[in-house]
Design a protein around this ligand. Structure first.
Ligand code: FMN
Length: 324
C-alpha cells in the first residue's frame, strides 16, 4: 500500500484504460483506479470486457459498485483473476442510477451491510479489499457515523479507506453538485487518523496541487486521492509525484509523455479504435503552460477527422515547442 500515498480517483467516463495508460507514463508509482464497474454488470451481465486493461497500468485498482455480498464477492473474484492489484468498494457515489440499486453513498446508512460485503469479498480473494466512502449522508452526524462505519467495516476486514471529506446529500443535488456543495471537513478525517491507528486512511476531495497533497502526508494522513485536478492538469499532479511523494525516480516531461503515447495510439487505431478515445484524455497535458490553447484546439478539432492518426499529436506539439 506504499503506492496508495497518492492515487488518481475513480471517475466514470474519465479514468478509462486510455486515461490510466497516460497517467502511468507520468508517474510509475501513483495508484490508479478504474471507473466504477457494477457487480451486476460483471456477474449477471457477463460484461467481462469492462475489466480489460494494459499490463503497463499496474498498480491499478478495480472499483466495484454493488450492495449484495455474494455478488460483490463473485465480482471481486473476476477482478482478481483479471490481475487487479486491489478491489475497491464504492460507498461514495451519489448518482441516481446508483441509488436505485442501493449502491454507493447510500451505503453510508448501512454499515452492517457494507461490513457483510467486505467480509464476503475478503473471504473470496487474496488481493486487498478497500473502501471509498463519504463522511456521511443527508442529516447524519459525521462525527458519529464515520467512526462507527470505519470500525465496523474495519472489523470485517477492510484495512484501507479513502474518505471523500464531505457528505453526500442524496436529495436535491446532482452528482456534480454533490462534489462541490457539501462543505469539506478535513479535520474530521484527521481525527479519524488519530482514532484508528491500525487503518490506512487516504483523504479525498478538493485537492488541487501536489503541495497540498504533501501537506496532508506530512500531517500524518497515509494517502491522498486526487480526482478532477489530476484529470484536468495531470502534469501538475503527476509529473513530480515519483520524486516528491515516493522519493524515487525523476520528473516526467509532458512533451515526452505525449510522444510516448504515439505507439499506444497507433496500436489502438490498428485494433479498430478511434483516435479521440485516447487523445481526449491528453487535452490537459499542458494546462496553464505556453501553447496549451493551440495544443487543445488542434487535438480536439483534428481527432474526429477521417484518417487522422498519431501525427496529429506531433502537429499539436508544434505550438507547444515553439512557445517553450
Ligand atoms: N467516485 C467514485 O467512487 N466512483 C466513480 O465512478 C466516480 N466517478 C466520477 C466521475 C467524475 C466525472 C467525477 C468528476 C468524479 C467521480 N467520482 C467517482 C468522484 C471522485 O472519485 C472524487 O471522489 C471526487 O471528484 C472528489 O475528488 P476531487 O475533488 O479531487 O475531484
Amino acid at each position: 500500500s506504499q503506492h496508495a500515498r497518492l492515487s488518481v480517483a475513480p471517475m466514470m467516463d474519465w479514468t478509462d484504460r486510455h486515461c490510466r495508460y497516460l497517467h502511468r507514463l507520468m508517474s510509475r508509482n501513483v495508484l490508479l483506479y478504474t471507473e466504477m464497474v457494477t457487480a451486476p454488470a460483471l456477474v449477471r451481465g457477463g460484461a467481462l470486457h469492462l475489466l480489460e486493461y494494459s499490463p503497463q497500468e499496474h498498480p491499478v485498482a478495480l472499483q466495484l459498485g454493488g450492495s449484495d455480498p455474494e455478488e460483490l464477492a463473485q465480482a471481486a473474484v473476476l477482478g482478481a483473476k483479471a490481475g487487479y492489484d486491489e478491489i475497491n468498494l464504492n460507498c461514495g457515489c451519489p448518482s441516481d442510477r446508483v441509488q436505485s440499486g442501493t449502491f454507493g453513498a447510500v451505503l453510508m446508512k448501512d454499515p452492517g451491510r457494507v461490513a457483510e460485503c467486505v467480509a464476503e469479498m475478503t473471504r473470496a480473494v487474496q488481493v486487498e479489499v478497500t473502501v471509498k466512502c463519504r463522511i456521511g449522508v443527508d442529516d447524519q452526524d459525521p462525527a458519529e457515523v464515520l467512526p462507527e462505519f470505519l470500525s465496523r467495516v474495519g472489523a470485517a476486514g477492510c484495512q484501507r479507506f479513502t474518505i471523500h471529506a464531505r457528505k453526500a446529500w442524496l436529495q436535491g443535488l446532482s452528482p456534480k453538485e454533490n462534489r462541490d456543495i457539501p462543505p469539506l471537513d478535513y479535520d474530521l478525517v484527521q481525527r479519524m487518523r488519530s482514532m484508528f491507528g491500525g487503518l490506512h486512511l487516504s483523504v479525498n476531495g478538493g485537492i488541487t496541487s501536489l503541495d497540498q497533497a504533501e501537506r496532508f502526508l506530512e500531517a500524518g494522513l497515509d494517502g491522498v486521492m486526487v480526482g478532477r485536478a489530476a484529470y484536468h492538469d495531470p502534469t501538475a499532479i503527476l509529473a513530480q509525484a515519483d520524486r516528491r511523494i515516493y522519493g524515487e525516480g525523476s520528473d516526467s516531461d509532458p512533451v515526452e509523455v505525449a510522444r510516448q503515447m504515439l505507439p499506444y495510439i497507433a496500436a489502438h487505431l490498428e485494433a479498430g479504435g478511434k483516435l479521440a478515445q485516447v487523445t481526449r484524455h491528453m487535452l490537459g497535458l499542458f494546462a496553464g503552460r505556453p501553447g496549451a490553447r493551440h495544443w487543445r484546439r488542434i487535438l480536439s478539432e483534428g481527432a474526429h477527422r477521417p484518417g487522422a492518426g498519431p501525427e496529429l499529436v506531433e502537429q499539436a506539439l508544434d505550438p507547444v515547442m515553439a512557445a517553450a
